[in-house]
Design a protein around this ligand. Structure first.
Ligand SMILES: Cc1cc2nc3c(=O)[nH]c(=O)nc-3n(C[C@H](O)[C@H](O)[C@H](O)COP(=O)(O)OP(=O)(O)OC[C@H]3O[C@@H](n4cnc5c(N)ncnc54)[C@H](O)[C@@H]3O)c2cc1C
Length: 413
């Protein structure tokens, strides 16, 4: 009689920039079985949403059939609960018994939170029911398409002859907010009646860029007539006006929320502790603290870098390149754990920061090349790109990601 060895079952939850490459790389290892759970059957390339705003073209691709060819079992569902003690997952809409696993990889990203602005939540809820939406998130293709419809409705185009100014307020001047403002400027061309207000409670933008790059960036904003209001938080929203803490009042027709994502989802409460509500605290191998064989990668992981070369001790930034790197690293590490390969012999994770690109429409933008400088002097001489090449480089970054998936055996082209 032949005895079959029990093959460890690894479940990856979430098919974003971290989860999809992780599941594909895991499937290369014959000594684990892989299941990927995701409510989406297409991956949304969030880094390219700004381009969807420009053209209307979605940047998504279907992965389900090809996963099967790679031997990854795919379950189209959302995880609703985890029982880490018994290693069981509950899935929405699946009435059978909970799904057992030997190792769990959480790659669910972070949930957006509404900024704490009086009146915003109420107006947002009313707005959801309304066909003439005026408040928008910016995280999915559907959000962007809704925004494009609303822009068309208010006559946001180069040649419109409206008699009054229309205001689109972009709340949050991080890289997403800046890119949204850049596309809005491109779409309205020279139409002076279409006003873009980029707003943030922080007094400065792109803090870890070189002072020279930031100066060029500010010049671009002026030339593109993107108005910035920085350094005071928004405190109250009425149907027509946004009030800031410093007393300024800004009229608005459309409001785009680019204030970032902060919360883990509630199903993770079995793994989370009070202090890591903005991510699951993981050790240097992405294992969730106090939960052996439970891992978190990508945005949902709170990973502290202590000794990575070329970087100061910091929390690994929440960006696509690190999501991919963490996913691939972990996929090679998990099979070793099941072979009892000594922990100290595992290769350490090395984050490699290729840089940071921020477009302002197709013709403008600024990009830091390589990791952020560690001293003030180094910042002055740190390399950057400027102008139309930023958009072209972002295109290459997408191709690079798709090539990574191709190398892992999945051809999205
Ligand atoms: C508009 C925008 C622009 C960006 N631009 C850039 C950029 O230019 N460069 C850059 O480096 N980074 C950029 N980022 C950040 C980048 O997108 C994130 O760092 C990256 O998506 C993180 O990958 P992830 O796999 O951790 O999470 P995600 O890509 O968010 O994927 C998480 C997946 O988990 C799924 N999921 C959630 N809950 C569950 C559940 N309960 N059960 C099953 N599945 C679940 C979700 O549906 C989703 O598919 C941008 C982000 C946004 C929003």
């Amino acid at each position: 009689m032949t005895l079959h060895r029990q093959i460890p079952h690894v479940i990856v939850v979430g098919a974003g920039y971290a989860g999809l490459p992780c599941a594909l790389r895991l499937a290369r290892h014959e000594d684990v079985r892989v299941t990927l759970v995701s409510p989406d059957v297409r991956q949304e390339l969030t880094c390219d949403l700004y381009r969807t705003l420009r053209t209307g073209k979605p940047y998504t691709f279907a992965f389900q059939k090809l996963l099967a060819r790679r031997g990854v079992r795919f379950i189209e569902s959302r995880v609703t609960n985890v029982d880490p003690a018994n290693k069981l997952l509950e899935l929405r809409g699946i009435n059978q018994q909970a799904l057992p696993y030997d190792a769990l990889v959480v790659a669910t990203g972070l949930r957006s939170v509404m900024p704490a602005i009086e009146g915003l939540e109420d107006l947002y809820q009313q707005n959801k029911e309304n066909l003439s939406k005026r408040i928008f998130q910016f995280k999915k293709t559907s959000h962007v398409q809704e925004l494009r419809t609303a822009l068309a409705r208010i006559g946001w185009k180069p040649e419109s002859r409206e008699s009054r100014d229309r205001f689109v307020v972009v709340l949050g001047a991080g890289s997403t907010g800046i890119e949204v403002a850049g596309e809005l400027a491109y779409l309205r061309g020279n139409n002076k009646r279409c006003r873009i207000i980029l707003l943030d409670e922080h007094p400065s933008m792109l803090k870890d860029f070189s002072p020279i790059a930031r100066k060029l960036f500010r010049k671009d904003l002026n030339r593109l007539k993107i108005e910035t209001v920085l350094g005071s938080p928004a405190s109250r929203l009425s149907a027509e006006e946004l009030h800031l803490q410093n007393g300024q009042v800004i009229p608005w027709d459309l409001l785009v929320l680019c204030t970032g994502a902060k919360r883990t989802t509630t199903w993770l409460s079995g793994l989370a502790s009070a202090e890591n509500q903005v991510g699951l605290a993981v050790d240097e191998s992405f294992e969730i603290k106090a939960h052996p064989l439970h891992f978190a990668i990508g945005d949902v992981a709170r990973y502290t870098i202590n000794s990575a070369p070329l970087m100061n001790p910091l929390i690994l930034p929440r960006r696509a390149q690190f999501a991919v790197q963490s996913g691939l690293y972990l996929a090679d590490r998990i099979p070793l754990l099941f072979k009892n390969f000594p922990h100290q012999n595992h290769a350490a994770f090395r984050a490699s920061d290729l840089g940071y690109l921020v477009t302002l429409g197709p013709h403008d933008g600024i990009g830091r090349l390589g990791p952020p400088a560690s001293s003030r002097l180094a910042k002055w001489v740190s390399p950057f790109v400027h102008g139309a090449s930023v958009d072209k480089l972002k295109n290459l970054v997408r191709v690079r990601y798709l090539l990574t998936l191709k190398r892992e055996g999945y051809n999205p082209f």
